[in-house]
Design a protein around this ligand. Structure first.
Ligand SMILES: C[S@@+](CC[C@H](N)C(=O)[O-])C[C@H]1O[C@@H](n2cnc3c(N)ncnc32)[C@H](O)[C@@H]1O
Length: 221
């Protein structure tokens, strides 16, 4: 997937903050070398493919891969430290059914001009709470349209957020998209058929601050 870096970038509104954090540890540097060697490969598989966008420290991605050996689990993340930690963890756990794209997930559209993913995860995307930053939301209406192009029909989009107005915005956008059917009835209840019984870093943060996340599932019909 690294060949994407050679494609002239098209104009997309930035949905992320930092690309790099503190200097990489020895394990993280090793993780990045493994990205090139092992996890950056092309998705040539007969397995169903699930994509997690913005996987952060990769805790959920690694667990998703461990528990779903019959699927290929792909993660996309722009933050180098997160990518490095995740690749190290994939290697440590001897996980073979995972691939990592270090970059903006929307660039995947250049690679796949057709519907390729069976499931998409967006867990606690950056909320961009200031009004003037709203257009940066990963799940803005134009971005949802981008992502729906790479989702197969009968595929699912699984979303979690603890920000109430983001939740309402997402519901509103999907309600206007005839190709999606809403599956969640009680968004405050986590449907374990689609979400793992573990908490991501940002889920833990939200809950420890007294927030109650919403969990949404949409099916492409
Ligand atoms: C608030 S964090 C949540 C991380 C993790 N999902 C969790 O729940 O702990 C959002 C993450 O999305 C990543 N991100 C934002 N826009 C992205 C994009 N266009 N493509 C890939 N990753 C993106 C950010 O770098 C950040 O790590």
């Amino acid at each position: 997937m690294s060949e994407l870096k050679n494609i002239p970038s098209f104009r997309l509104i930035k949905t992320f903050g930092r690309l790099k954090g503190r200097s990489l540890s020895k394990n993280q540097k090793f993780g990045l070398s493994m990205l090139k060697e092992k996890y950056d490969g092309f998705l040539d598989t007969k397995k169903k493919i699930w994509l997690e966008v913005g996987f952060g420290n990769g805790h959920h991605l690694v667990e998703l891969a461990k528990r779903n050996c019959d699927k290929l689990i792909v993660g996309s993340e722009v933050y180098e430290n997160g990518v490095a930690t995740t690749c190290f963890s994939l290697f440590q756990n001897k996980i073979e059914n995972a691939r990592v794209f270090h970059g903006d997930a929307r660039e995947l559209l250049h690679l796949f001009e057709h519907e390729v993913f069976d499931r998409l995860y967006f867990l606690f995307p950056d909320p961009w709470t200031k009004k003037r930053h709203r257009s940066r939301r990963l799940l803005s209406s134009p971005n949802i349209e981008y992502f729906s192009k790479i989702l197969k029909s009968k595929g699912y989009i699984c979303i979690a957020t603890d920000v109430e107005d983001y939740f309402l915005e997402i519901e509103n956008t999907f309600s206007k998209l005839y190709q999606f059917q809403k599956l969640h009835v009680l968004p405050k209840e986590k449907n374990l058929k689609f979400f793992l019984d573990l908490k991501t870093k940002y889920e833990q943060k939200a809950i420890s601050k007294g927030g109650t996340p919403s969990y949404l599932v949409y099916k492409k019909v």
